[in-house]
Design a binder for this molecule. Structure first.
Ligand code: C2O
Ligand code: CU
Ligand code: CU
Length: 502
Protein backbone atom coordinates (compact mmCIF):
# COMPACT_ATOMS: atom_id res chain seq x y z
CA UNK A 1 0.00 0.00 0.00
CA UNK A 2 1.56 3.32 -0.94
CA UNK A 3 1.82 6.20 1.50
CA UNK A 4 -0.97 8.37 0.15
CA UNK A 5 -3.44 5.49 0.12
CA UNK A 6 -2.43 4.54 3.65
CA UNK A 7 -2.95 8.13 4.81
CA UNK A 8 -6.31 8.23 3.09
CA UNK A 9 -7.42 5.00 4.70
CA UNK A 10 -6.28 6.08 8.14
CA UNK A 11 -8.10 9.39 7.77
CA UNK A 12 -11.14 7.60 6.42
CA UNK A 13 -11.28 5.26 9.38
CA UNK A 14 -10.90 8.11 11.81
CA UNK A 15 -13.68 10.01 10.08
CA UNK A 16 -16.07 7.06 9.97
CA UNK A 17 -15.44 6.33 13.60
CA UNK A 18 -17.10 9.67 14.19
CA UNK A 19 -14.40 10.92 16.52
CA UNK A 20 -12.78 14.32 16.49
CA UNK A 21 -9.07 14.40 15.72
CA UNK A 22 -8.15 15.63 19.16
CA UNK A 23 -10.25 13.13 21.10
CA UNK A 24 -7.83 11.45 23.45
CA UNK A 25 -10.28 9.82 25.75
CA UNK A 26 -9.59 6.47 27.32
CA UNK A 27 -12.02 3.85 26.20
CA UNK A 28 -12.35 5.20 22.68
CA UNK A 29 -11.14 2.71 20.16
CA UNK A 30 -10.12 2.98 16.58
CA UNK A 31 -9.59 -0.02 14.39
CA UNK A 32 -6.02 -1.02 13.67
CA UNK A 33 -5.79 -2.19 10.06
CA UNK A 34 -5.41 -5.94 9.88
CA UNK A 35 -2.45 -7.13 7.93
CA UNK A 36 -3.41 -10.59 6.63
CA UNK A 37 0.22 -11.45 5.91
CA UNK A 38 1.09 -10.87 9.53
CA UNK A 39 -1.79 -13.05 10.73
CA UNK A 40 -0.57 -15.92 8.61
CA UNK A 41 3.12 -15.44 9.35
CA UNK A 42 4.58 -17.55 12.11
CA UNK A 43 6.04 -14.67 14.10
CA UNK A 44 8.77 -15.07 16.67
CA UNK A 45 8.29 -16.79 20.01
CA UNK A 46 8.01 -14.18 22.78
CA UNK A 47 11.28 -13.90 24.68
CA UNK A 48 11.08 -13.94 28.44
CA UNK A 49 13.77 -11.97 30.27
CA UNK A 50 16.14 -14.08 32.38
CA UNK A 51 15.66 -14.04 36.16
CA UNK A 52 18.43 -12.10 37.89
CA UNK A 53 20.53 -13.83 40.51
CA UNK A 54 23.89 -13.13 42.09
CA UNK A 55 25.35 -9.74 42.92
CA UNK A 56 26.90 -8.42 39.74
CA UNK A 57 25.53 -6.40 36.83
CA UNK A 58 27.90 -5.64 33.96
CA UNK A 59 27.10 -2.88 31.49
CA UNK A 60 28.49 -3.88 28.13
CA UNK A 61 27.99 -3.83 24.39
CA UNK A 62 27.40 -7.15 22.63
CA UNK A 63 25.81 -8.81 19.63
CA UNK A 64 22.44 -10.45 20.33
CA UNK A 65 19.57 -11.89 18.35
CA UNK A 66 16.64 -9.53 18.06
CA UNK A 67 15.65 -10.34 14.46
CA UNK A 68 16.24 -13.95 13.45
CA UNK A 69 18.09 -13.05 10.26
CA UNK A 70 21.02 -11.07 11.67
CA UNK A 71 22.49 -10.04 15.02
CA UNK A 72 21.98 -6.61 16.60
CA UNK A 73 24.60 -4.81 18.66
CA UNK A 74 22.84 -4.02 21.93
CA UNK A 75 24.05 -2.40 25.13
CA UNK A 76 23.04 -4.52 28.08
CA UNK A 77 22.77 -4.49 31.83
CA UNK A 78 23.53 -8.03 32.95
CA UNK A 79 24.25 -9.52 29.54
CA UNK A 80 20.83 -9.61 27.91
CA UNK A 81 18.26 -7.43 26.19
CA UNK A 82 15.89 -6.91 27.94
CA UNK A 83 17.95 -6.98 31.13
CA UNK A 84 17.30 -9.82 33.61
CA UNK A 85 14.24 -9.44 35.86
CA UNK A 86 15.10 -8.69 39.47
CA UNK A 87 12.53 -10.17 41.87
CA UNK A 88 12.60 -9.40 45.58
CA UNK A 89 10.20 -9.38 48.49
CA UNK A 90 9.46 -6.35 50.63
CA UNK A 91 12.02 -6.30 53.45
CA UNK A 92 14.71 -8.03 51.41
CA UNK A 93 17.94 -6.36 50.40
CA UNK A 94 19.42 -5.77 46.97
CA UNK A 95 23.19 -5.70 46.83
CA UNK A 96 24.77 -5.52 43.39
CA UNK A 97 28.01 -4.31 41.90
CA UNK A 98 27.62 -2.42 38.63
CA UNK A 99 30.70 -2.76 36.42
CA UNK A 100 30.86 -0.32 33.54
CA UNK A 101 32.43 -1.95 30.49
CA UNK A 102 30.98 0.64 28.12
CA UNK A 103 33.05 3.44 26.57
CA UNK A 104 31.04 6.13 28.39
CA UNK A 105 29.70 6.87 31.89
CA UNK A 106 26.56 5.06 32.99
CA UNK A 107 24.64 4.22 36.19
CA UNK A 108 21.46 2.47 37.33
CA UNK A 109 18.27 4.14 38.45
CA UNK A 110 15.67 1.95 40.21
CA UNK A 111 12.53 3.48 38.78
CA UNK A 112 9.74 3.64 41.36
CA UNK A 113 11.78 2.37 44.31
CA UNK A 114 12.19 4.55 47.38
CA UNK A 115 15.92 4.32 48.05
CA UNK A 116 18.61 6.56 49.59
CA UNK A 117 19.71 9.39 47.31
CA UNK A 118 23.20 7.94 46.86
CA UNK A 119 21.63 4.68 45.58
CA UNK A 120 19.08 6.33 43.28
CA UNK A 121 21.18 6.56 40.12
CA UNK A 122 20.92 10.33 40.00
CA UNK A 123 21.81 11.88 36.61
CA UNK A 124 25.00 13.43 38.04
CA UNK A 125 26.04 10.32 40.01
CA UNK A 126 27.63 8.23 37.28
CA UNK A 127 30.15 5.42 37.00
CA UNK A 128 33.14 6.08 34.72
CA UNK A 129 34.09 3.59 31.99
CA UNK A 130 36.16 0.78 33.47
CA UNK A 131 35.02 1.36 37.05
CA UNK A 132 32.20 0.19 39.26
CA UNK A 133 29.71 1.09 41.96
CA UNK A 134 27.93 -0.94 44.59
CA UNK A 135 24.19 -0.40 44.87
CA UNK A 136 22.74 -1.58 48.13
CA UNK A 137 19.33 -0.94 49.67
CA UNK A 138 16.40 -2.57 51.42
CA UNK A 139 13.01 -2.86 49.74
CA UNK A 140 10.70 -0.86 51.96
CA UNK A 141 7.60 -0.52 49.80
CA UNK A 142 4.62 -2.53 48.64
CA UNK A 143 4.59 -5.09 45.91
CA UNK A 144 4.56 -3.60 42.44
CA UNK A 145 6.05 -3.47 38.98
CA UNK A 146 9.20 -1.38 39.08
CA UNK A 147 12.11 -1.27 36.65
CA UNK A 148 15.73 -0.27 36.26
CA UNK A 149 17.61 1.63 33.60
CA UNK A 150 20.61 3.98 33.23
CA UNK A 151 20.19 7.72 33.95
CA UNK A 152 23.39 9.65 33.01
CA UNK A 153 22.62 13.29 32.22
CA UNK A 154 22.24 13.74 28.47
CA UNK A 155 22.62 10.08 27.48
CA UNK A 156 19.72 8.24 29.13
CA UNK A 157 17.83 8.14 25.82
CA UNK A 158 20.70 6.54 23.92
CA UNK A 159 21.54 3.98 26.61
CA UNK A 160 17.95 2.83 27.11
CA UNK A 161 17.33 2.74 23.36
CA UNK A 162 20.35 0.52 22.87
CA UNK A 163 18.85 -2.02 25.24
CA UNK A 164 19.61 -1.15 28.89
CA UNK A 165 16.42 -1.71 30.91
CA UNK A 166 14.86 -4.50 32.95
CA UNK A 167 12.02 -5.32 35.34
CA UNK A 168 12.32 -4.99 39.10
CA UNK A 169 9.37 -6.88 40.55
CA UNK A 170 8.60 -6.49 44.24
CA UNK A 171 6.41 -9.00 46.06
CA UNK A 172 4.80 -8.90 49.48
CA UNK A 173 2.65 -11.17 51.65
CA UNK A 174 -0.55 -9.23 51.03
CA UNK A 175 -0.28 -9.68 47.29
CA UNK A 176 0.88 -13.30 47.50
CA UNK A 177 -2.17 -14.14 49.61
CA UNK A 178 -4.39 -13.33 46.61
CA UNK A 179 -3.02 -16.26 44.65
CA UNK A 180 -2.88 -14.35 41.36
CA UNK A 181 -1.72 -16.27 38.27
CA UNK A 182 1.97 -17.05 38.64
CA UNK A 183 4.76 -19.10 37.11
CA UNK A 184 4.10 -19.64 33.41
CA UNK A 185 0.82 -17.70 33.78
CA UNK A 186 2.60 -14.50 34.85
CA UNK A 187 4.31 -12.67 31.99
CA UNK A 188 6.42 -9.52 32.38
CA UNK A 189 6.02 -7.65 29.09
CA UNK A 190 8.11 -4.61 28.23
CA UNK A 191 6.89 -2.74 25.16
CA UNK A 192 9.48 -0.76 23.20
CA UNK A 193 9.53 0.67 19.72
CA UNK A 194 12.66 0.81 17.58
CA UNK A 195 13.46 2.29 14.20
CA UNK A 196 14.53 -0.56 12.00
CA UNK A 197 17.16 0.09 9.41
CA UNK A 198 18.43 -2.42 6.89
CA UNK A 199 21.29 -3.34 9.22
CA UNK A 200 18.89 -3.98 12.12
CA UNK A 201 21.10 -1.86 14.38
CA UNK A 202 19.66 0.06 17.29
CA UNK A 203 21.00 3.20 15.66
CA UNK A 204 20.47 6.35 17.69
CA UNK A 205 21.26 9.26 15.41
CA UNK A 206 18.70 11.87 16.35
CA UNK A 207 16.97 13.93 13.69
CA UNK A 208 15.37 17.30 14.43
CA UNK A 209 11.89 15.71 14.78
CA UNK A 210 13.43 13.16 17.20
CA UNK A 211 14.73 16.03 19.32
CA UNK A 212 11.33 17.66 19.32
CA UNK A 213 8.93 14.71 19.67
CA UNK A 214 11.25 12.07 21.05
CA UNK A 215 12.63 9.02 19.28
CA UNK A 216 9.61 7.21 17.80
CA UNK A 217 10.13 3.82 16.17
CA UNK A 218 8.54 2.01 13.24
CA UNK A 219 8.49 -1.43 14.88
CA UNK A 220 7.09 -2.59 18.22
CA UNK A 221 9.14 -5.09 20.22
CA UNK A 222 7.67 -7.12 23.08
CA UNK A 223 10.45 -8.17 25.45
CA UNK A 224 12.80 -7.40 22.58
CA UNK A 225 10.84 -9.68 20.22
CA UNK A 226 9.61 -8.37 16.86
CA UNK A 227 6.35 -9.95 15.58
CA UNK A 228 6.02 -11.61 18.95
CA UNK A 229 3.73 -14.58 19.43
CA UNK A 230 2.98 -16.68 22.42
CA UNK A 231 1.45 -20.15 22.75
CA UNK A 232 -1.13 -19.78 25.49
CA UNK A 233 -3.65 -21.90 27.35
CA UNK A 234 -7.35 -21.03 27.66
CA UNK A 235 -7.04 -19.57 31.15
CA UNK A 236 -6.34 -16.29 32.95
CA UNK A 237 -2.91 -14.72 32.52
CA UNK A 238 -1.27 -11.97 34.52
CA UNK A 239 0.64 -9.57 32.30
CA UNK A 240 2.95 -7.07 33.93
CA UNK A 241 3.06 -4.34 31.32
CA UNK A 242 5.84 -1.77 31.16
CA UNK A 243 6.17 0.92 28.53
CA UNK A 244 9.96 1.01 28.23
CA UNK A 245 9.88 3.08 25.05
CA UNK A 246 11.81 6.32 24.79
CA UNK A 247 8.86 8.42 23.65
CA UNK A 248 5.83 6.52 22.39
CA UNK A 249 2.48 6.40 24.18
CA UNK A 250 0.46 3.22 23.46
CA UNK A 251 -3.31 2.80 23.42
CA UNK A 252 -3.44 -0.78 24.72
CA UNK A 253 -6.36 -3.06 23.75
CA UNK A 254 -7.22 -6.56 22.58
CA UNK A 255 -7.70 -6.96 18.82
CA UNK A 256 -11.31 -8.15 19.34
CA UNK A 257 -12.01 -5.44 21.94
CA UNK A 258 -12.73 -7.92 24.73
CA UNK A 259 -12.19 -6.59 28.24
CA UNK A 260 -8.79 -6.01 29.79
CA UNK A 261 -8.80 -6.35 33.58
CA UNK A 262 -6.65 -3.76 35.35
CA UNK A 263 -5.54 -4.93 38.80
CA UNK A 264 -2.67 -2.56 39.47
CA UNK A 265 -0.77 0.50 38.31
CA UNK A 266 2.82 1.78 38.71
CA UNK A 267 3.40 1.12 42.41
CA UNK A 268 1.09 -1.75 43.28
CA UNK A 269 -2.35 -3.29 43.24
CA UNK A 270 -5.65 -1.41 43.22
CA UNK A 271 -8.41 -2.08 45.75
CA UNK A 272 -10.45 -3.96 43.20
CA UNK A 273 -10.32 -5.25 39.64
CA UNK A 274 -11.60 -2.87 36.99
CA UNK A 275 -12.39 -3.88 33.42
CA UNK A 276 -11.73 -1.59 30.47
CA UNK A 277 -11.59 -1.85 26.68
CA UNK A 278 -8.36 0.12 26.43
CA UNK A 279 -5.96 2.39 28.28
CA UNK A 280 -3.04 4.64 27.47
CA UNK A 281 0.41 3.61 28.64
CA UNK A 282 3.04 6.35 28.55
CA UNK A 283 6.82 5.90 28.68
CA UNK A 284 7.79 4.77 32.20
CA UNK A 285 4.25 3.72 33.20
CA UNK A 286 3.24 0.19 34.24
CA UNK A 287 -0.07 -1.64 34.41
CA UNK A 288 -0.74 -4.95 36.14
CA UNK A 289 -3.24 -6.70 33.92
CA UNK A 290 -5.29 -9.88 33.86
CA UNK A 291 -6.21 -11.19 30.41
CA UNK A 292 -8.89 -13.86 30.39
CA UNK A 293 -8.29 -16.28 27.55
CA UNK A 294 -10.72 -18.92 28.93
CA UNK A 295 -13.49 -18.10 26.48
CA UNK A 296 -11.30 -18.72 23.43
CA UNK A 297 -11.46 -22.15 21.82
CA UNK A 298 -8.22 -23.94 21.17
CA UNK A 299 -6.98 -23.01 17.69
CA UNK A 300 -7.99 -19.36 17.95
CA UNK A 301 -5.75 -16.39 18.47
CA UNK A 302 -6.16 -12.89 19.80
CA UNK A 303 -3.68 -10.04 19.72
CA UNK A 304 -2.63 -7.48 22.28
CA UNK A 305 -2.43 -4.34 20.16
CA UNK A 306 -1.67 -0.66 20.29
CA UNK A 307 -4.70 0.99 18.70
CA UNK A 308 -4.10 4.15 16.73
CA UNK A 309 -5.39 7.35 18.32
CA UNK A 310 -5.54 11.06 17.67
CA UNK A 311 -4.58 12.12 14.16
CA UNK A 312 -1.81 9.57 13.69
CA UNK A 313 -0.75 9.27 10.09
CA UNK A 314 2.13 6.81 10.36
CA UNK A 315 4.90 5.74 12.73
CA UNK A 316 6.52 9.17 12.67
CA UNK A 317 3.73 10.52 14.90
CA UNK A 318 2.36 9.85 18.37
CA UNK A 319 -0.86 7.84 18.06
CA UNK A 320 0.48 5.21 15.68
CA UNK A 321 -0.06 1.59 16.67
CA UNK A 322 0.34 -2.02 15.68
CA UNK A 323 0.45 -5.52 17.05
CA UNK A 324 2.33 -6.08 20.31
CA UNK A 325 1.79 -9.78 20.93
CA UNK A 326 -0.23 -12.52 19.26
CA UNK A 327 -1.58 -15.07 21.71
CA UNK A 328 -2.32 -18.45 20.10
CA UNK A 329 -4.63 -20.56 22.22
CA UNK A 330 -3.01 -23.98 21.83
CA UNK A 331 -4.47 -25.96 24.73
CA UNK A 332 -7.00 -26.03 27.56
CA UNK A 333 -5.81 -24.36 30.72
CA UNK A 334 -6.84 -24.45 34.39
CA UNK A 335 -10.24 -22.99 35.23
CA UNK A 336 -9.85 -19.79 37.23
CA UNK A 337 -12.08 -16.91 38.22
CA UNK A 338 -11.21 -13.23 38.19
CA UNK A 339 -10.44 -11.89 41.69
CA UNK A 340 -12.79 -8.96 42.27
CA UNK A 341 -11.35 -7.65 45.53
CA UNK A 342 -7.63 -6.94 45.69
CA UNK A 343 -5.83 -4.96 48.40
CA UNK A 344 -6.93 -1.95 50.40
CA UNK A 345 -4.37 0.79 49.96
CA UNK A 346 -3.95 4.14 51.65
CA UNK A 347 -5.64 7.04 49.89
CA UNK A 348 -3.68 10.25 50.36
CA UNK A 349 -5.74 13.09 51.75
CA UNK A 350 -5.06 16.33 49.86
CA UNK A 351 -6.05 18.21 53.03
CA UNK A 352 -2.84 16.96 54.60
CA UNK A 353 -0.72 18.69 51.98
CA UNK A 354 1.68 21.23 53.48
CA UNK A 355 2.02 23.15 50.23
CA UNK A 356 0.82 23.43 46.63
CA UNK A 357 3.31 23.95 43.82
CA UNK A 358 2.86 24.52 40.12
CA UNK A 359 5.01 23.37 37.24
CA UNK A 360 4.76 24.37 33.64
CA UNK A 361 6.10 22.15 30.85
CA UNK A 362 6.93 23.99 27.67
CA UNK A 363 8.44 23.57 24.29
CA UNK A 364 10.30 26.77 23.44
CA UNK A 365 9.57 28.35 20.06
CA UNK A 366 11.61 29.37 18.11
CA UNK A 367 13.77 26.40 18.91
CA UNK A 368 17.19 26.77 20.43
CA UNK A 369 19.78 24.08 19.47
CA UNK A 370 19.38 22.38 22.84
CA UNK A 371 17.18 23.00 25.83
CA UNK A 372 13.97 23.50 23.90
CA UNK A 373 12.01 21.54 26.53
CA UNK A 374 11.71 23.31 29.86
CA UNK A 375 10.08 23.05 33.29
CA UNK A 376 9.11 26.45 34.67
CA UNK A 377 11.21 27.98 31.89
CA UNK A 378 14.34 26.24 33.16
CA UNK A 379 16.62 23.82 31.36
CA UNK A 380 18.18 21.15 33.60
CA UNK A 381 21.38 22.17 35.36
CA UNK A 382 22.96 19.42 37.44
CA UNK A 383 24.56 21.98 39.75
CA UNK A 384 21.34 23.82 40.54
CA UNK A 385 18.81 22.78 43.20
CA UNK A 386 15.42 23.74 41.88
CA UNK A 387 13.35 23.09 44.99
CA UNK A 388 13.42 21.50 48.40
CA UNK A 389 10.75 19.50 50.20
CA UNK A 390 10.43 18.02 53.68
CA UNK A 391 11.09 14.31 54.22
CA UNK A 392 7.82 12.39 54.41
CA UNK A 393 5.81 15.51 53.55
CA UNK A 394 2.65 15.50 51.49
CA UNK A 395 2.26 18.19 48.82
CA UNK A 396 -0.06 18.97 45.96
CA UNK A 397 1.64 19.43 42.61
CA UNK A 398 -0.18 21.04 39.71
CA UNK A 399 1.38 20.00 36.43
CA UNK A 400 0.53 22.22 33.51
CA UNK A 401 1.34 21.17 29.96
CA UNK A 402 1.94 24.35 28.05
CA UNK A 403 2.70 22.46 24.84
CA UNK A 404 0.67 20.33 22.44
CA UNK A 405 2.63 17.13 22.88
CA UNK A 406 2.16 14.58 25.68
CA UNK A 407 4.71 14.55 28.53
CA UNK A 408 4.94 11.49 30.82
CA UNK A 409 5.98 13.17 34.07
CA UNK A 410 7.98 11.17 36.62
CA UNK A 411 9.22 11.76 40.16
CA UNK A 412 12.07 10.01 41.94
CA UNK A 413 12.02 9.62 45.73
CA UNK A 414 8.25 9.87 45.95
CA UNK A 415 4.96 8.30 44.98
CA UNK A 416 1.74 10.11 44.21
CA UNK A 417 -1.96 9.75 43.50
CA UNK A 418 -3.72 11.60 40.71
CA UNK A 419 -6.45 13.97 41.90
CA UNK A 420 -7.75 15.44 38.66
CA UNK A 421 -7.26 16.06 34.95
CA UNK A 422 -8.39 19.50 33.83
CA UNK A 423 -10.33 19.77 37.07
CA UNK A 424 -12.23 16.52 36.55
CA UNK A 425 -11.85 13.61 38.96
CA UNK A 426 -10.23 10.36 37.90
CA UNK A 427 -12.32 7.51 36.51
CA UNK A 428 -9.71 5.78 34.34
CA UNK A 429 -8.40 2.77 36.32
CA UNK A 430 -4.99 3.32 34.71
CA UNK A 431 -4.77 6.66 36.61
CA UNK A 432 -5.76 5.16 39.99
CA UNK A 433 -3.63 3.92 42.85
CA UNK A 434 -0.06 4.78 43.75
CA UNK A 435 1.91 6.10 40.82
CA UNK A 436 5.28 7.60 39.96
CA UNK A 437 4.64 8.55 36.33
CA UNK A 438 1.63 10.32 34.80
CA UNK A 439 0.82 11.24 31.20
CA UNK A 440 0.19 14.94 30.79
CA UNK A 441 -1.72 15.36 27.52
CA UNK A 442 -1.32 18.51 25.42
CA UNK A 443 -2.50 21.70 27.16
CA UNK A 444 -3.76 19.71 30.16
CA UNK A 445 -3.47 20.45 33.89
CA UNK A 446 -3.07 17.41 36.12
CA UNK A 447 -3.18 17.67 39.91
CA UNK A 448 -1.43 15.04 41.98
CA UNK A 449 -1.00 14.56 45.71
CA UNK A 450 2.57 13.48 46.40
CA UNK A 451 4.19 11.90 49.41
CA UNK A 452 7.96 12.21 49.56
CA UNK A 453 10.21 9.49 50.82
CA UNK A 454 11.91 9.79 54.19
CA UNK A 455 15.34 9.50 52.55
CA UNK A 456 16.95 12.91 52.42
CA UNK A 457 19.15 14.18 49.59
CA UNK A 458 18.98 15.00 45.90
CA UNK A 459 16.38 13.45 43.62
CA UNK A 460 15.00 14.10 40.14
CA UNK A 461 11.74 15.26 38.66
CA UNK A 462 11.46 14.98 34.87
CA UNK A 463 9.65 14.13 31.69
CA UNK A 464 10.09 10.42 30.88
CA UNK A 465 10.11 11.10 27.17
CA UNK A 466 13.83 10.37 27.25
CA UNK A 467 14.70 12.82 24.48
CA UNK A 468 12.85 15.56 26.37
CA UNK A 469 14.64 14.54 29.57
CA UNK A 470 18.08 14.56 27.91
CA UNK A 471 17.22 17.91 26.35
CA UNK A 472 16.73 19.41 29.82
CA UNK A 473 13.11 18.80 30.86
CA UNK A 474 14.31 17.78 34.31
CA UNK A 475 14.82 19.33 37.75
CA UNK A 476 16.88 18.58 40.84
CA UNK A 477 14.93 18.60 44.05
CA UNK A 478 16.22 18.00 47.53
CA UNK A 479 14.44 16.19 50.33
CA UNK A 480 15.36 17.92 53.61
CA UNK A 481 15.05 16.60 57.16
CA UNK A 482 11.45 16.54 58.32
CA UNK A 483 10.84 19.95 59.75
CA UNK A 484 7.61 21.53 58.79
CA UNK A 485 7.94 24.83 56.99
CA UNK A 486 11.35 24.27 55.45
CA UNK A 487 12.17 27.27 53.27
CA UNK A 488 12.64 26.81 49.57
CA UNK A 489 16.02 27.67 48.12
CA UNK A 490 14.64 27.64 44.61
CA UNK A 491 15.55 30.02 41.86
CA UNK A 492 12.00 29.66 40.59
CA UNK A 493 9.44 32.32 41.40
CA UNK A 494 6.57 30.02 42.38
CA UNK A 495 4.12 32.79 43.09
CA UNK A 496 4.49 34.03 39.52
CA UNK A 497 4.02 30.52 38.12
CA UNK A 498 0.87 30.03 40.14
CA UNK A 499 -0.54 33.31 38.88
CA UNK A 500 0.09 32.27 35.31
CA UNK A 501 -1.80 29.02 35.76
CA UNK A 502 -5.01 30.28 37.21
CU1 C2O B 1 12.65 5.87 34.78
CU2 C2O B 1 14.28 9.31 36.25
O1 C2O B 1 13.51 7.60 35.47
CU1 CU C 1 12.57 7.01 38.45
CU1 CU D 1 8.12 15.55 27.51
Amino acid sequence: MDQSRRKFLTRFMVATAGLGVSALMPGMLRATPRDPKRLLAGGNALRLPAIFSGNSIVASSQAQTVWPDQPTTVWTLGGSYPAPTIRLKKGEQLSVMLTNNLQEPTNIHWHGLLVPSAMDGHAMDVVAPGSGKKYEFTIEQRAGIYWYHPHPDGSTGRQVYKGMAGFFIVEDDEEMALGLPSGKYEIPLVIQDRRVRTDRAFDYTLTMPDRMDGRLGDTILANGTPDAMFDAESTIYRFRLLNGSNARVYNIALSDHHDLHVIGTDCGLLDKLRSVKSFFLGPGERVDLLIDLSSYAVGNSVRLVAETFDNAIDWTTQGWGGDILRMNIVKEGPKRTLPMTLVAYEHLDPDNAVRTRSFSFKMVVPMPATGMHTINDLVYDGARIDLTVGAGDTEIWRLFNNSDEPHPIHLHGAQFQILSRDGTGIDDPKDMGWKDTVILWGKQVVEVVVRFSTHTGMFLFHCHNLEHEDDGMMMNYEIMKAESGVEETSSVDWSREKMELR
